[in-house]
Design a protein around this ligand. Structure first.
Ligand SMILES: [Zn+2]
Length: 99
């Protein structure tokens, strides 16, 4: 039997009913310790654009944008044979961020 009421639970309701702080709930969702795919109202803002997400640190559109950026960093431009050191640093920072 489906419990429609629970599925439409908001973050506020969940915190109210469980007594768990909102930041802890968000942390659990992000760490995959709390599966919220069945609860469209539960999530946290993308760190990049603020869209509501339920996994990772950024939304899928921001992620594909970052991956595009990483792709272009991976392929040195023809006019620019050497990649500046600061770009390499930025790339590894982004890759770490996305892991
Ligand atoms: Zn985003």
């Amino acid at each position: 039997m489906r419990q429609k009421k629970n599925r439409s639970a908001t973050m506020l309701e969940v915190c109210d009913h469980t007594g768990v702080e909102e930041r802890v709930v968000r942390q659990f969702i992000r760490e995959g310790r709390l599966i919220v795919s069945q609860f469209p109202n539960l999530g946290y803002p993308c760190e990049s654009c603020g869209n509501m997400i339920q996994a990772k640190r950024i939304c899928s559109s921001c992620q594909s944008e970052l991956e595009r950026e990483l792709d272009s960093l991976d392929k040195p431009k023809k006019t620019e044979r050497t990649v500046p050191t600061n770009q390499t640093t930025k790339q590894s920072q982004l890759k770490q961020y996305l892991q």
